[in-house]
Design a binder for this molecule. Structure first.
Ligand code: IPM
Ligand code: MN
Length: 370
Protein backbone atom coordinates (compact mmCIF):
# COMPACT_ATOMS: atom_id res chain seq x y z
CA UNK A 1 0.00 0.00 0.00
CA UNK A 2 1.22 3.47 -0.92
CA UNK A 3 0.76 6.73 0.86
CA UNK A 4 -2.28 7.99 2.74
CA UNK A 5 -3.29 11.58 2.02
CA UNK A 6 -5.36 13.59 4.45
CA UNK A 7 -7.69 15.84 2.49
CA UNK A 8 -9.72 18.67 4.02
CA UNK A 9 -12.95 19.04 2.08
CA UNK A 10 -14.73 22.40 2.00
CA UNK A 11 -17.81 21.90 -0.14
CA UNK A 12 -18.82 25.51 0.39
CA UNK A 13 -21.88 27.16 -1.09
CA UNK A 14 -24.47 26.48 -3.78
CA UNK A 15 -23.48 23.65 -6.08
CA UNK A 16 -20.01 23.40 -4.48
CA UNK A 17 -20.83 20.36 -2.31
CA UNK A 18 -22.43 18.52 -5.26
CA UNK A 19 -19.47 18.87 -7.57
CA UNK A 20 -16.97 18.10 -4.81
CA UNK A 21 -18.86 14.87 -4.09
CA UNK A 22 -18.25 13.77 -7.69
CA UNK A 23 -14.61 14.80 -7.49
CA UNK A 24 -14.23 12.65 -4.38
CA UNK A 25 -16.03 9.76 -6.06
CA UNK A 26 -13.42 9.81 -8.81
CA UNK A 27 -10.53 10.07 -6.32
CA UNK A 28 -11.94 7.10 -4.47
CA UNK A 29 -12.10 5.11 -7.70
CA UNK A 30 -8.44 5.94 -8.34
CA UNK A 31 -7.10 5.07 -4.92
CA UNK A 32 -7.30 1.26 -4.91
CA UNK A 33 -6.12 1.01 -8.50
CA UNK A 34 -3.13 3.31 -8.02
CA UNK A 35 -2.19 2.18 -4.54
CA UNK A 36 -2.77 5.22 -2.38
CA UNK A 37 -5.41 6.15 0.10
CA UNK A 38 -7.29 9.34 0.74
CA UNK A 39 -8.79 10.20 4.09
CA UNK A 40 -11.23 13.08 4.06
CA UNK A 41 -12.57 15.42 6.68
CA UNK A 42 -15.41 17.79 5.87
CA UNK A 43 -15.52 21.45 6.94
CA UNK A 44 -18.61 23.63 6.63
CA UNK A 45 -17.01 27.02 5.94
CA UNK A 46 -19.10 29.08 3.55
CA UNK A 47 -22.05 31.43 3.32
CA UNK A 48 -24.48 29.36 5.36
CA UNK A 49 -22.11 29.11 8.31
CA UNK A 50 -21.31 32.81 8.04
CA UNK A 51 -25.01 33.71 8.15
CA UNK A 52 -25.47 31.43 11.18
CA UNK A 53 -22.38 32.34 13.20
CA UNK A 54 -20.75 35.40 11.64
CA UNK A 55 -17.60 33.37 11.13
CA UNK A 56 -15.74 33.07 7.81
CA UNK A 57 -12.46 31.18 8.18
CA UNK A 58 -11.16 31.68 11.71
CA UNK A 59 -7.46 31.52 12.61
CA UNK A 60 -8.09 28.25 14.43
CA UNK A 61 -9.31 26.75 11.16
CA UNK A 62 -6.11 27.82 9.43
CA UNK A 63 -4.10 25.98 12.08
CA UNK A 64 -6.32 22.94 11.60
CA UNK A 65 -5.99 23.05 7.80
CA UNK A 66 -2.19 23.10 8.09
CA UNK A 67 -2.36 19.51 9.31
CA UNK A 68 -3.74 18.27 5.99
CA UNK A 69 -1.92 17.24 2.83
CA UNK A 70 -4.31 19.25 0.65
CA UNK A 71 -7.64 21.05 0.58
CA UNK A 72 -10.44 20.32 -1.86
CA UNK A 73 -12.76 23.31 -2.24
CA UNK A 74 -16.13 23.46 -4.00
CA UNK A 75 -17.28 27.06 -4.30
CA UNK A 76 -17.64 30.13 -2.12
CA UNK A 77 -20.42 32.67 -2.75
CA UNK A 78 -23.89 33.10 -1.26
CA UNK A 79 -26.71 35.29 -2.64
CA UNK A 80 -27.55 36.62 0.85
CA UNK A 81 -24.01 37.69 1.70
CA UNK A 82 -22.64 41.02 0.48
CA UNK A 83 -19.85 40.59 -2.12
CA UNK A 84 -16.37 40.66 -0.65
CA UNK A 85 -17.04 39.11 2.75
CA UNK A 86 -16.75 35.44 1.84
CA UNK A 87 -14.23 36.05 -0.93
CA UNK A 88 -11.88 37.90 1.40
CA UNK A 89 -12.81 35.99 4.55
CA UNK A 90 -12.48 32.49 3.18
CA UNK A 91 -10.86 32.19 -0.23
CA UNK A 92 -8.29 34.96 0.01
CA UNK A 93 -7.69 34.26 3.69
CA UNK A 94 -6.79 30.64 2.91
CA UNK A 95 -4.57 31.68 0.00
CA UNK A 96 -2.69 34.23 2.10
CA UNK A 97 -2.56 32.44 5.45
CA UNK A 98 -1.40 29.18 3.86
CA UNK A 99 0.95 31.14 1.57
CA UNK A 100 -0.45 29.53 -1.57
CA UNK A 101 1.58 31.83 -3.74
CA UNK A 102 0.89 30.11 -7.04
CA UNK A 103 -2.45 29.89 -8.80
CA UNK A 104 -2.13 27.25 -11.47
CA UNK A 105 -4.73 27.38 -14.26
CA UNK A 106 -4.41 25.11 -17.26
CA UNK A 107 -6.32 26.19 -20.36
CA UNK A 108 -6.81 23.11 -22.46
CA UNK A 109 -9.51 22.41 -25.01
CA UNK A 110 -10.45 18.75 -24.87
CA UNK A 111 -11.55 17.03 -28.09
CA UNK A 112 -15.32 17.25 -28.50
CA UNK A 113 -15.64 20.44 -26.46
CA UNK A 114 -17.02 23.44 -28.25
CA UNK A 115 -14.93 26.61 -28.18
CA UNK A 116 -16.31 30.00 -29.18
CA UNK A 117 -13.14 30.56 -31.22
CA UNK A 118 -13.89 29.95 -34.87
CA UNK A 119 -11.41 27.68 -36.60
CA UNK A 120 -9.51 26.75 -33.43
CA UNK A 121 -9.26 23.23 -32.04
CA UNK A 122 -7.54 21.22 -29.29
CA UNK A 123 -4.18 21.52 -31.05
CA UNK A 124 -4.40 25.32 -30.76
CA UNK A 125 -5.67 25.75 -27.21
CA UNK A 126 -3.33 24.10 -24.75
CA UNK A 127 -1.47 26.40 -22.40
CA UNK A 128 -1.06 27.02 -18.69
CA UNK A 129 -1.39 30.28 -16.78
CA UNK A 130 0.73 30.62 -13.64
CA UNK A 131 -0.78 33.46 -11.66
CA UNK A 132 1.08 34.94 -8.70
CA UNK A 133 -1.41 34.45 -5.87
CA UNK A 134 -0.13 36.30 -2.81
CA UNK A 135 0.63 39.91 -3.74
CA UNK A 136 -0.46 42.70 -6.10
CA UNK A 137 -3.62 44.71 -5.56
CA UNK A 138 -5.05 41.73 -3.66
CA UNK A 139 -3.00 42.46 -0.54
CA UNK A 140 -5.56 45.02 0.61
CA UNK A 141 -3.08 47.87 1.01
CA UNK A 142 -4.79 51.21 0.68
CA UNK A 143 -7.85 52.73 2.18
CA UNK A 144 -10.80 55.00 1.93
CA UNK A 145 -11.57 58.30 3.59
CA UNK A 146 -14.48 60.75 3.56
CA UNK A 147 -16.56 57.83 2.38
CA UNK A 148 -19.86 58.81 0.85
CA UNK A 149 -18.93 62.49 0.55
CA UNK A 150 -17.89 64.47 -2.53
CA UNK A 151 -14.34 64.50 -1.08
CA UNK A 152 -14.17 60.71 -0.98
CA UNK A 153 -10.70 59.26 -1.65
CA UNK A 154 -9.96 55.61 -2.30
CA UNK A 155 -6.65 53.90 -2.97
CA UNK A 156 -5.73 50.27 -3.47
CA UNK A 157 -2.09 49.63 -4.10
CA UNK A 158 -0.37 47.04 -6.22
CA UNK A 159 2.40 45.61 -4.07
CA UNK A 160 5.21 43.41 -5.32
CA UNK A 161 8.34 42.33 -3.56
CA UNK A 162 11.37 40.95 -5.36
CA UNK A 163 11.06 37.88 -3.14
CA UNK A 164 7.44 37.35 -4.18
CA UNK A 165 8.19 37.83 -7.86
CA UNK A 166 11.26 35.59 -7.78
CA UNK A 167 9.49 32.67 -6.13
CA UNK A 168 6.64 32.83 -8.66
CA UNK A 169 9.10 33.02 -11.55
CA UNK A 170 11.10 30.08 -10.23
CA UNK A 171 7.97 27.98 -10.06
CA UNK A 172 7.07 29.05 -13.61
CA UNK A 173 10.45 28.25 -15.13
CA UNK A 174 10.60 24.90 -13.35
CA UNK A 175 7.02 24.13 -14.36
CA UNK A 176 7.78 24.87 -18.03
CA UNK A 177 10.81 22.61 -17.89
CA UNK A 178 8.80 19.80 -16.33
CA UNK A 179 5.94 20.23 -18.80
CA UNK A 180 8.28 19.54 -21.70
CA UNK A 181 10.57 16.99 -20.10
CA UNK A 182 9.22 14.36 -22.50
CA UNK A 183 8.50 16.35 -25.64
CA UNK A 184 9.33 19.88 -26.69
CA UNK A 185 6.61 22.46 -27.25
CA UNK A 186 5.38 22.35 -30.82
CA UNK A 187 5.39 26.14 -31.22
CA UNK A 188 9.20 26.33 -31.17
CA UNK A 189 11.11 27.07 -34.35
CA UNK A 190 13.87 24.82 -35.67
CA UNK A 191 16.38 27.40 -34.52
CA UNK A 192 14.94 27.29 -30.97
CA UNK A 193 15.22 23.52 -30.92
CA UNK A 194 18.75 23.64 -32.26
CA UNK A 195 19.57 26.01 -29.42
CA UNK A 196 18.34 23.34 -27.01
CA UNK A 197 15.06 24.97 -26.08
CA UNK A 198 12.13 22.79 -25.03
CA UNK A 199 9.38 25.20 -24.01
CA UNK A 200 8.32 28.82 -23.86
CA UNK A 201 7.51 30.98 -20.87
CA UNK A 202 5.69 34.23 -21.59
CA UNK A 203 5.64 37.03 -19.06
CA UNK A 204 2.31 38.86 -19.25
CA UNK A 205 2.64 42.38 -17.86
CA UNK A 206 2.12 46.04 -18.60
CA UNK A 207 5.63 47.46 -18.83
CA UNK A 208 4.45 50.41 -20.90
CA UNK A 209 2.43 51.90 -18.02
CA UNK A 210 3.02 49.98 -14.78
CA UNK A 211 6.72 50.62 -15.15
CA UNK A 212 7.49 50.08 -11.47
CA UNK A 213 5.85 46.77 -10.72
CA UNK A 214 6.11 45.20 -14.15
CA UNK A 215 9.54 46.74 -14.55
CA UNK A 216 10.53 44.69 -11.52
CA UNK A 217 8.87 41.59 -12.99
CA UNK A 218 10.62 42.05 -16.31
CA UNK A 219 14.10 42.47 -14.83
CA UNK A 220 13.61 39.52 -12.52
CA UNK A 221 12.24 37.43 -15.42
CA UNK A 222 15.29 37.94 -17.61
CA UNK A 223 17.77 37.64 -14.76
CA UNK A 224 16.36 34.32 -13.69
CA UNK A 225 15.74 33.23 -17.27
CA UNK A 226 19.46 33.43 -17.99
CA UNK A 227 19.77 30.31 -15.84
CA UNK A 228 17.10 28.49 -17.87
CA UNK A 229 18.70 28.29 -21.30
CA UNK A 230 16.25 25.54 -22.27
CA UNK A 231 13.26 27.85 -21.90
CA UNK A 232 12.47 30.44 -24.55
CA UNK A 233 11.39 33.75 -23.04
CA UNK A 234 8.58 35.87 -24.46
CA UNK A 235 6.71 38.94 -23.28
CA UNK A 236 3.20 40.32 -23.93
CA UNK A 237 1.31 43.24 -22.45
CA UNK A 238 -1.85 42.12 -20.68
CA UNK A 239 -4.19 43.94 -23.07
CA UNK A 240 -2.52 42.33 -26.06
CA UNK A 241 -2.63 38.99 -24.26
CA UNK A 242 -6.43 39.06 -24.26
CA UNK A 243 -6.33 39.78 -27.98
CA UNK A 244 -3.96 36.88 -28.70
CA UNK A 245 -6.01 34.48 -26.53
CA UNK A 246 -8.80 35.02 -29.04
CA UNK A 247 -6.81 35.41 -32.24
CA UNK A 248 -3.79 33.11 -31.79
CA UNK A 249 -4.06 31.00 -28.64
CA UNK A 250 -1.54 28.57 -30.17
CA UNK A 251 1.17 31.17 -29.50
CA UNK A 252 1.11 30.34 -25.80
CA UNK A 253 2.76 27.55 -23.88
CA UNK A 254 3.19 28.69 -20.26
CA UNK A 255 2.32 32.21 -19.11
CA UNK A 256 3.42 33.80 -15.85
CA UNK A 257 1.72 36.93 -14.58
CA UNK A 258 0.63 38.94 -11.57
CA UNK A 259 -2.40 38.31 -9.40
CA UNK A 260 -4.90 40.73 -10.95
CA UNK A 261 -3.92 40.17 -14.58
CA UNK A 262 -3.95 36.43 -13.89
CA UNK A 263 -7.45 36.68 -12.46
CA UNK A 264 -8.74 38.45 -15.55
CA UNK A 265 -7.02 36.47 -18.28
CA UNK A 266 -7.92 33.10 -16.76
CA UNK A 267 -11.65 33.81 -17.02
CA UNK A 268 -11.09 34.43 -20.71
CA UNK A 269 -8.98 31.28 -20.78
CA UNK A 270 -11.82 29.31 -19.20
CA UNK A 271 -14.20 30.52 -21.89
CA UNK A 272 -12.00 29.49 -24.80
CA UNK A 273 -11.48 26.05 -23.27
CA UNK A 274 -15.23 25.48 -23.18
CA UNK A 275 -16.48 27.31 -20.11
CA UNK A 276 -16.49 27.15 -16.34
CA UNK A 277 -17.69 23.55 -16.45
CA UNK A 278 -14.16 22.37 -17.31
CA UNK A 279 -11.90 24.99 -15.75
CA UNK A 280 -9.94 23.89 -12.70
CA UNK A 281 -7.40 25.71 -10.61
CA UNK A 282 -4.84 24.99 -7.94
CA UNK A 283 -3.79 27.40 -5.17
CA UNK A 284 -0.37 26.01 -4.56
CA UNK A 285 2.20 26.37 -1.84
CA UNK A 286 5.09 24.50 -3.48
CA UNK A 287 7.33 24.77 -0.41
CA UNK A 288 8.13 21.76 1.74
CA UNK A 289 5.18 21.06 4.02
CA UNK A 290 3.00 23.58 2.15
CA UNK A 291 -0.74 22.92 1.99
CA UNK A 292 -2.33 23.52 -1.41
CA UNK A 293 -5.99 23.99 -2.26
CA UNK A 294 -7.76 22.85 -5.42
CA UNK A 295 -11.02 24.17 -6.81
CA UNK A 296 -13.21 24.35 -9.88
CA UNK A 297 -12.92 28.02 -10.84
CA UNK A 298 -16.60 28.56 -11.61
CA UNK A 299 -18.80 30.03 -8.91
CA UNK A 300 -21.40 28.52 -6.60
CA UNK A 301 -24.19 28.72 -9.25
CA UNK A 302 -26.95 29.05 -6.58
CA UNK A 303 -29.80 28.71 -9.06
CA UNK A 304 -28.74 25.15 -9.94
CA UNK A 305 -28.26 24.00 -6.34
CA UNK A 306 -29.58 20.55 -5.50
CA UNK A 307 -30.91 19.83 -8.98
CA UNK A 308 -28.28 17.34 -10.13
CA UNK A 309 -27.72 19.40 -13.29
CA UNK A 310 -24.39 21.17 -12.70
CA UNK A 311 -21.32 19.91 -14.55
CA UNK A 312 -18.83 18.29 -12.13
CA UNK A 313 -15.99 17.97 -14.67
CA UNK A 314 -14.09 21.03 -13.41
CA UNK A 315 -14.19 19.69 -9.85
CA UNK A 316 -13.08 16.26 -11.08
CA UNK A 317 -10.18 17.92 -12.92
CA UNK A 318 -9.32 19.88 -9.76
CA UNK A 319 -9.12 16.54 -7.95
CA UNK A 320 -6.81 15.26 -10.69
CA UNK A 321 -4.63 18.33 -10.30
CA UNK A 322 -4.50 17.68 -6.57
CA UNK A 323 -3.22 14.14 -7.16
CA UNK A 324 -0.68 15.40 -9.66
CA UNK A 325 0.62 17.94 -7.14
CA UNK A 326 0.76 15.28 -4.42
CA UNK A 327 2.94 13.19 -6.74
CA UNK A 328 0.33 10.64 -7.87
CA UNK A 329 0.99 11.43 -11.50
CA UNK A 330 -0.23 8.14 -12.99
CA UNK A 331 -3.58 8.45 -11.25
CA UNK A 332 -3.86 12.08 -12.32
CA UNK A 333 -3.25 11.08 -15.91
CA UNK A 334 -5.87 8.34 -15.67
CA UNK A 335 -8.41 10.89 -14.44
CA UNK A 336 -7.62 13.24 -17.30
CA UNK A 337 -7.98 10.44 -19.84
CA UNK A 338 -11.28 9.33 -18.30
CA UNK A 339 -12.58 12.91 -18.44
CA UNK A 340 -11.55 13.24 -22.08
CA UNK A 341 -13.29 9.99 -22.96
CA UNK A 342 -16.52 10.91 -21.17
CA UNK A 343 -16.56 14.31 -22.86
CA UNK A 344 -15.84 12.90 -26.31
CA UNK A 345 -18.18 9.92 -26.20
CA UNK A 346 -20.99 10.74 -23.75
CA UNK A 347 -21.75 14.35 -22.98
CA UNK A 348 -24.01 16.36 -25.29
CA UNK A 349 -22.77 19.66 -23.90
CA UNK A 350 -20.82 20.94 -20.93
CA UNK A 351 -23.51 23.42 -19.95
CA UNK A 352 -25.54 22.84 -16.79
CA UNK A 353 -28.74 20.95 -17.58
CA UNK A 354 -27.71 20.15 -21.13
CA UNK A 355 -25.11 17.43 -20.58
CA UNK A 356 -27.53 14.58 -21.34
CA UNK A 357 -26.65 13.20 -17.88
CA UNK A 358 -27.00 14.41 -14.32
CA UNK A 359 -24.19 15.59 -12.07
CA UNK A 360 -23.96 12.23 -10.27
CA UNK A 361 -24.13 10.24 -13.51
CA UNK A 362 -21.23 12.19 -14.99
CA UNK A 363 -19.25 11.40 -11.83
CA UNK A 364 -20.13 7.71 -12.26
CA UNK A 365 -19.06 7.72 -15.91
CA UNK A 366 -15.65 9.20 -15.09
CA UNK A 367 -15.17 6.96 -12.03
CA UNK A 368 -15.95 3.81 -14.05
CA UNK A 369 -13.28 4.71 -16.59
CA UNK A 370 -10.67 5.42 -13.95
C1 IPM B 1 -10.75 33.55 -8.67
C2 IPM B 1 -11.87 34.39 -8.12
C3 IPM B 1 -11.38 35.10 -6.87
C4 IPM B 1 -10.21 35.98 -7.25
C5 IPM B 1 -12.47 35.90 -6.15
C6 IPM B 1 -13.68 35.07 -5.86
C7 IPM B 1 -11.93 36.52 -4.90
O1 IPM B 1 -12.32 35.29 -9.09
O2 IPM B 1 -10.34 32.61 -7.97
O3 IPM B 1 -10.31 33.80 -9.77
O4 IPM B 1 -10.39 37.13 -7.63
O5 IPM B 1 -9.09 35.49 -7.15
MN1 MN C 1 -11.36 35.09 -10.97
Amino acid sequence: MGKTYKIAVIGGDGTGPEVVAEGLKVLQAAQSKYGFKIETQAFDFGGARYLRTGETLPDSAIEELKKFDAIFLGAIGHPDVKPGILEKGILLKARFALDQYINLRPVKLYPGVETPLKGKGPEDIDFVVIRENSQDIYTGMGGIMHEGTPQEVATQTSVYTRFGVDRALKYAFDYTRKRHAKSAWKGLTDADRKAGQIGQLTLCGKTNVLTYVYGLWERAFHEMGAQYGDIKRAYTHVDATTMWFVKNPEWFDVIVTGNLFGDIITDLGAMIQGGMGVAAGGNINPDKGGVSMFEPIGGSAPKYTGQNVINPIAAICAGGMMLDTLGETAAAEAIENAVKDVIATKLKSLAAGRMGYGTREVGDLVAERV
